[in-house]
Design a protein around this ligand. Structure first.
Ligand SMILES: [Zn+2]
Length: 229
């Protein structure tokens, strides 16, 4: 039997949320601006978000865009980066988010996709992005947000995932790493905190799974992207 790729969570790994430490860690970035890294993943959604906010959705051919996204859907219910490419949780998040913003969530096979997403949970509780890969805190967001969008978040073991995310904190510097014991960074810190919010942590404000923004901000501007139930 091939050995499953996973991590072991040590008994002394952090198991409570170190919010003050994380606030200090993120605040310190204000003084080292050159360290910022741009991530392209959210660009697609940001563009759509901007267009919705500015009333400019009609400047792109939404039907054509939906047609393209659906052409990237695979037999397993997931999405790859182009037609025929392997399903990947990051792409699935972008595509489900896009279909939510364009009112096309009914085009998904939610049960099949939910099954594929739940299969991403490993014995450590962490989630990977596709089969045969190690768990990583950022997939707590890509996978969990997708499950929330399609109304299947209760299909994973929430307590085990929470344990994994908390174990990825650095007790000294604050911040979250991709895996327990690795170097922390702002990217995994955001998705660690946002993942805990989706899991229902009451110390953190509710986050919207489509836009990764606080729900109270979206309510204030009257924007509630579609979710499946
Ligand atoms: Zn990651």
């Amino acid at each position: 039997i091939a050995q499953l790729k996973d991590v072991i969570i040590k008994p002394d790994a952090p198991s409570s949320l170190l919010l003050d430490k994380h606030a200090d860690y993120i605040a310190a970035y204000g003084s080292k601006k050159d360290d910022y890294v741009t991530y392209l993943y959210c660009f697609f959604q940001l563009v759509i978000f901007f267009m919705i906010l500015s009333g400019k959705m009609d400047t792109i051919n939404v039907d054509k865009a939906v047609e393209f996204v659906l052409s990237c859907m695979n037999f397993d219910g997931g999405f790859g980066c182009r037609p025929g490419s392997e399903s990947h949780a990051g792409q699935i998040y972008c595509c489900t988010g896009f279909l939510s913003l364009t009112g096309q969530l009914h085009q998904l096979n939610a049960d099949l996709l939910g099954w594929w997403l739940c299969e991403r949970q490993l014995p450590s509780g962490g989630l990977n992005g596709r089969p045969e890969k190690l768990p990583d805190v950022c997939y707590s967001w890509w996978v969990l947000a997708s499950l929330k969008i399609i109304g299947r978040i209760h299909w994973i073991d929430k307590a085990k995932l929470r344990r994994f995310i908390l174990a990825c904190q650095d007790e000294e510097t604050g911040g979250f790493a991709d895996r327990p014991g690795d170097m922390v960074d702002p990217f995994h810190t955001l998705f660690g905190v946002a993942g805990l919010s989706l899991l229902g942590d009451e110390q953190i404000k509710a986050v919207n799974p489509v836009l990764c923004m606080p729900e109270d901000v979206l309510q204030r501007i009257g924007l509630q992207p579609d979710l499946l139930s």
